[in-house]
Design a protein around this ligand. Structure first.
Ligand code: FAD
Length: 336
């Protein structure tokens, strides 16, 4: 049986960041992912805040497709358009992930699905041969996203989303965000990426609305901006929308969405996944330190978002939309 110090499950932003930082430390590790190819499919609107460049510029620079400085908000029933700073980039995330994965080629195995563990022995299903394999590793890192098997328990709160990429009729400079009562508990977005845009909606499923119906209605609204008949790609997925899990429990570390680090209102999670991967690699011998660094950097940020999530659930039906938005949407703090 092959033996490693660390097994990382998930080769997306969180797992790849963990791998790159373990590589620097000379740790013997293996990364597995059930996908056939890194970066496919991408479930993302691909916006990252500027601060992400600080630690990951080498891989990010080539992936940047559009720089943005502002976010424009359109709130149903509120005539004024609100604009606030939102410095960052819309990237080609597939290219970003592939650039990171290139450095990890020797430690990366695709088409391998993590099943379960018995102590230090981990069971993987090879999706090509359909054979179950075993590897031994002292530590297990769950970078396996919102439905994490490594975590072993389901999310309590999450958003569901649908997105398509279309050519733009005219270039758009800013991130566009739409609040509508029918986009229950969430919002719609048009994130421009050069000649094209990622267009999507995220809703709170507890309202029982049909996601595809909401999405179709939103597409009608943004039709003047996009070549609606030319769908370039489709995606979607769930986004954690709750308090984070403990970063370490029973010899298992969690990073990124597996640890529920995405922001419960905006759904942004790339930055947190990348950073938590870096921190876990730097604190392998000291889980307490990892928990502390997560707590210090993200806890208040996510906790505030989670309180907003609960508020939206309780008040979506009764309260004026602009009030709900100004109370819970972090980028607009201080407006109103
Ligand atoms: C539609 C949509 C739009 C979004 N837009 C943005 C945005 O614009 N900006 C932003 O910051 N965030 C955005 N997010 C959130 C962001 O995509 C996530 O926070 C981020 O992908 C989390 O990265 P991760 O590495 O933790 O997990 P993931 O990206 O979910 O990766 C998990 C990996 O684990 C693999 N895996 C899962 N289970 C197993 C298993 N049992 N065995 C082997 N492999 C497994 C998966 O194949 C996957 O590759 C968006 C999310 C969605 C759904």
């Amino acid at each position: 049986m092959e033996r490693y110090e660390v097994l990382i499950v998930g080769a997306s932003v969180g797992g790849l960041s963990t791998g790159l930082h373990l590589l620097k430390r000379g740790v013997k590790f293996l990364i597995v992912d059930s996908k056939k190819k890194v970066g496919e499919p991408i479930q993302c609107a691909e916006f990252i805040p500027k601060a992400t460049l600080l630690n990951f510029s080498q891989h990010l620079k080539k992936s940047i497709r559009q720089e943005v400085k502002l976010m424009r908000h359109f709130i149903e029933g509120y005539a004024k358009e609100l604009t606030c700073p939102s410095e960052g980039f819309v990237i080609d995330r597939k290219e970003f992930e592939r650039s990171m994965a290139k450095e990890l080629r020797e430690s990366l195995r695709l088409s391998k699905k993590y099943l379960y563990s018995e102590g230090e022995v981990h069971y993987l299903l090879d999706l090509k041969t359909k054979r179950v394999e075993r590897v031994r590793a002292n530590l297990l890192i769950g970078a396996d996203g919102p439905r994490s098997r490594v975590r072993g328990e389901p999310l309590s709160y999450y958003m569901v989303s649908a997105q398509m990429t279309f050519p733009l009729k005219e270039k758009v400079k800013e991130l566009l965000v739409f609040f509508r009562k029918y986009i229950v508990g969430g919002y719609g977005w048009v994130f421009p990426k050069g000649e094209v845009a990622n267009v999507g909606v995220g809703i709170d499923p507890s309202f029982g609305e049909n996601l595809q119906r909401v999405f179709r209605r939103f597409l009608l609204e943004v039709e003047p901006l996009i070549e609606r008949g030319k769908v370039l790609s489709r995606t979607g997925g769930i986004i954690p929308s709750q308090k984070p899990f403990f970063g370490f429990k029973n010899n298992r570390f969690l990073v990124g969405d597996a640890c529920a680090l995405a922001h419960p209102i905006t759904g942004g999670g790339i930055y947190q996944s990348l950073l938590s991967g870096k921190w876990v690699a730097e604190n392998l011998e000291n889980p307490k330190e990892y928990k502390e660094v997560l707590y210090e950097n993200f806890y208040d940020y996510i906790d505030e978002g989670f309180k907003g999530r609960l508020y939206l659930r309780q008040n979506w039906k009764g309260e004026e939309l602009v009030k709900l938005v100004l109370r819970t949407w972090r980028p607009l703090r201080g407006f109103g």
